[in-house]
Write a protein that binds this ligand. Structure first.
Ligand code: 3H9
Length: 704
């Protein structure tokens, strides 16, 4: 017997041998939209009226179980039935309900499964409560049901970390009852249901289970570790408040507390920012130039250079299933690079990202190094990750052009240099583009796909396809010095150097910006990257520097002293052997004081707020120019870049979203205020002035 009331039904029911199979079909990820909620309520109402139904199985159609509440509905007023009502209706069902999970069961999707009385999952399935990543907590009973099933500490880890757990771990935790082989889920769920019917096993509502009460000291330890990891984000701490309610009150009281906390979080700036970041990361791949354009085939890639970048790129490509040939200048260097790649892959095995068998297969069949370019003749794509010098790039690209097969894409991992000039050194300028990875390339998710004047659409589409395969986020960037990210970085670096010349110490700057939410302060980041890198870049740009610019030379002085940062034990900070972070150094403050004296500046007090205002105003202003010039397609492309490549706090949404939140007129007023001290640095971007005049935000430019 099949129930399917209308053609566009998103839930269907089918009864065979006493088991009703309820199937949710709402592609692409079975989000629990209003229509799904309505039809689920309807389906469970039917169970009561169907005397022949003795058990229910919930399945989802397509590539995954449900990804939870429909994020796109969050901006509208919530419509009844709400998800908690649906979950309650499932749990209240008079006959046993089994949730059958494949793919991922996330957020409200997992909460739906927690409302079922039994859960089975495919071996490859994952499940989690990632609401914290959206600035929320699980709001459909998850905060109350999960600790009853798996204990408070495990529930806290799942809810506050946001990472999904694998089926095998879920089984050990007591979250699921049975693991089945992929492809057998429906059949296994029906047999499971029939066993329950035959054995007369009854319903098992999670709400009736007792919640463990954690002993005070363990609770305090848990709270302090969550607070440390939260780094300014409020949702993880709200999860603990809900767990506290689960431990110390009735199920209903806990649900009421969960609802109250969910409501507060849902109206917070942090939720708006995180939701925006989630959607922006999906929107950024929608690039008009490549809409409907098929990427070229990718199987074999070449990597030129076995330094940190080349090694990371090679490892990342190998983990994505590609064959890689790495080219170095000598046998020795090639061997060192091979060892370094193997070390990265070994780390992936230790972190369960790769199996030992896969590692063997990679090293035996898919990876090799060479000192000759001839080995790249059949590469589909070559990524040059050699020294940052136009002469070096020219030499490499003309060799590649001569050796690589027609149709092979030639990419440069340059961080700053002109892709158009590189393309001109070849006879295939339409096959040349920039693929700017971030270090370490096997960890960082950002990839700037730099499109030159002559780059063809299918070469660009291939760059995006490569990023997807490597599980990276690609952002389309135009050609200019530093593309999107490094161009904006150079500008805000000048602004914070200016703050130092005015009286803040580098340590004040780092502290203020860490408190704002950055993972690391910018001076500590420079130390980590190596001060010599910025120094080389400043020397490259020196001939074109405007004499009117106030040039802060203290970083150059440090480099002249051989203080290149972490790698030499000294930079802006001093690094003791084995220490995780550096200590401030009075000698640096002295160097800064001398620089101020040379410029005739008297140090003044600068508040942490002013440091943040300068940093944000510089960032938003330069980003406005980057958008105006078409280097970034939209403000969201800038946000995704800064969030994924530069440690900008995710819960602030990105610099453009943050600028909209504080108001563009405040940003413009700040720029005008700082202009009084440095008219060269602080020139308002035309786009910013225009948006302020029309009362619009950067958001208005996000739809193209
Ligand atoms: C929640 O559940 C709250 C409850 O506790 C309480 C409520 C009262 N809704 O990522 P992809 C779209 S909060 C709507 O590219 P993948 C996505 O935008 C929710 N749409 O694929 C994209 O659309 P488009 C908690 C969603 O295979 C398309 O699906 N759940 C949702 O790389 C494909 O997505 C989460 O936080 C959604 N929930 O990854 C899970 N999810 O093609 C969030 C996705 O138009 N989702 N879309 O750009 C994910 O983590 C990943 O999307 C997933 C698939 C792993 C599912």
């Amino acid at each position: 017997m099949t129930f399917l009331d209308h053609d566009d039904a998103v839930v269907s029911c089918d009864v065979t041998s006493g088991v009703m199979v309820v199937v949710i079909a709402n592609p692409p990820v079975n989000a629990l939209s209003h229509a799904v909620r309505l039809e689920l309520i309807d389906s469970f109402a039917r169970v009561q009226s169907e005397p022949g139904v003795h058990a229910v199985v919930i399945l989802c159609q397509g590539r995954t179980f449900s990804a939870g509440a429909d994020i796109r509905e969050f901006t509208a007023a919530p419509k009844s039935p709400h998800l908690p009502q649906v979950v309650d209706a499932i749990e209240a069902c008079a006959v046993p309900v089994i949730a059958a999970i494949h793919g991922t069961a996330l957020g409200g999707g997992l909460e739906l499964a927690l409302g079922a009385h039994y859960r089975i999952a495919e071996r490859t399935a994952k499940m989690g409560l990632p609401e914290v990543n959206l600035g929320l907590l699980p709001g459909a009973g998850g905060t109350q049901r999960l600790p009853r099933l798996i204990g408070v500490e495990a529930a806290a880890q799942v809810m506050t970390g946001g990472d999904p757990v694998l089926a095998k771990d879920a089984k050990e935790l007591g979250l699921i009852d049975l693991i089945v082989e992929p492809g057998r889920l429906k059949q296994a769920a029906i047999s499971f249901a029939q066993d329950l019917i035959v054995t007369g096993t009854s319903v098992r509502p999670t709400r009736e289970m007792t919640c463990e009460v954690l002993e005070k000291t363990r609770w305090e330890v848990l709270k302090s570790s969550v607070a440390t990891r939260a780094k300014g984000s409020t949702a993880p701490l709200a999860c603990l408040d809900a767990l506290d309610a689960a431990m110390h009150g009735s199920f209903e009281a806990g649900l009421a507390q969960e609802r109250a906390l969910f409501g507060q979080l849902k109206s917070s700036d942090q939720h708006r920012a995180l939701r925006y970041a989630f959607l922006a990361e999906r929107e950024v791949g929608k690039v008009p130039m490549i809409t409907g354009v098929a990427p070229r085939g990718l199987d074999q890639i070449g990597v030129i250079g076995g330094g940190t970048m080349g090694v990371g790129i090679a490892a990342s490509a190998l983990m994505a299933g590609l064959g890689v040939r790495l080219i170095e200048v000598s046998e020795d260097a090639a061997h060192r690079a091979e060892v370094a790649v193997a070390r990265v892959l070994d780390g992936a095995v230790k972190r369960w990202k790769l199996s030992p068998q896969q590692l063997d297969e990679i090293l035996e069949h898919r990876f090799g190094s060479d000192v000759e370019y001839a080995g790249l003749a059949d590469a589909d794509l070559v990524i040059e990750a050699a020294f940052e010098s136009m002469d070096v790039k020219r030499e490499i690209f003309s060799q590649l052009d001569a050796i690589c097969k027609p149709g092979a894409i030639l990419a440069s991992n340059t961080s700053y240099l002109d892709i158009n000039e590189i393309a001109r050194t070849t006879n295939r300028p339409s096959d040349v583009l920039g693929l700017h990875f971030f270090s370490p390339a096997h960890v960082m998710r950002l990839l700037e796909v730099v499109v030159g004047d002559t780059t063809s659409a299918d070469a660009v589409a291939t760059g995006f396809a490569l990023a997807k395969r490597m599980k990276k986020i690609a952002v389309r960037a135009g050609v200019c010095d530093g593309f999107i990210g490094n161009r904006i970085l150079s500008h805000y670096q000048k602004a914070i150097n200016g703050a130092v010349l005015h009286g803040a110490s580098p340590y004040d700057v780092d502290q203020a910006l860490k408190r704002f939410g950055l993972a690391m302060g910018p001076f500590a980041v420079s130390d980590l990257a190596g001060l010599d890198i910025g120094w080389a870049n400043r020397k490259r740009l020196a001939p074109a520097r405007d004499p009117a610019e106030t040039y802060a030379a203290f970083a150059d002085v440090l480099c002249e002293m051989g203080r290149f940062g972490r790698k030499t034990g000294r930079g802006f900070y001093i690094y003791e052997e084995g220490a995780k972070s550096g200590c401030p150094d009075p000698e640096v403050e002295e160097i800064v004081a001398q620089e101020r004296a040379r410029k005739g500046r008297t140090a003044r007090d600068m508040s942490a707020q002013e440091i943040v205002d300068r940093y944000m105003a510089a960032m938003a202003n330069e980003a406005a120019r980057v958008i105006e010039e078409g280097i970034a397609l939209r403000p969201l492309d800038v946000d995704v870049t800064l969030l994924n490549g530069y440690g900008f706090p995710r819960w602030r949404g990105g610099p453009m979203h943050f600028a909209d939140t504080v108001g563009l007129s405040k940003i413009l007023n700040d720029i005008k205020r700082f202009q009084e001290e440095d008219a060269h640095l602080w020139q308002p971007a035309q786009l910013l002035e225009r948006l302020v005049a029309t009362g619009e935000g950067f958001e208005s430019l996000n739809s193209i």
